[in-house]
Design a binder for this molecule. Structure first.
Ligand code: ZN
Ligand code: ZN
Ligand code: ZN
Length: 131
């Protein structure tokens, strides 16, 4: 598995809490999931995951068209959609990296949690204090 293809918001090792209550405006119209590195098309304002936009844009060669409204666009019309990105980073998630990890917090902090390798391991050992 190539994690680099997922963009800088990787939704691995976690699940969103109360995902069904999260606004549909934070869900990608292509994959129906929470935006993963949202990108907005400037001409029409529709937003997609970076990966979904790449995949849908490469389907028809030549002119790229928005999957929602069929507006044509080119690479210059793609912009980071920072507002949903920030809202998503502030959503509460639960860590699922290990079976025993009960960590709950916001997505942004989950990245730090993973980076710091704070997950409770399944080996039966208590969390290691490494400081
Ligand atoms: Zn998507
Ligand atoms: Zn559109
Ligand atoms: Zn964890």
């Amino acid at each position: 598995m190539n994690e680099n293809q997922l963009g800088d918001l990787s939704y691995q090792n976690m699940k969103f809490l109360n995902e069904e209550s999260i606004s549909k405006f934070l869900h990608c119209p292509i994959c129906q999931k929470i935006f993963n590195n949202p990108k907005r098309l400037l001409l029409c304002g529709d937003t997609f995951c970076e990966k979904c936009l790449q995949v849908s844009g490469s389907k028809n060669k030549g002119t790229k068209r928005c999957s929602v409204c069929n507006q044509s666009y080119n690479q210059d019309h793609i912009q980071d959609d920072l507002i949903p990105k920030k809202i998503i980073e502030d959503l509460r998630v639960q860590c699922t990296r290990t079976k025993d990890c009960q960590w709950v917090g916001i997505l942004q902090e989950h990245k730090i949690h993973i980076q710091n390798n704070e997950c409770v391991q399944q080996t039966g050992q208590e969390k290691q204090q490494q400081e």
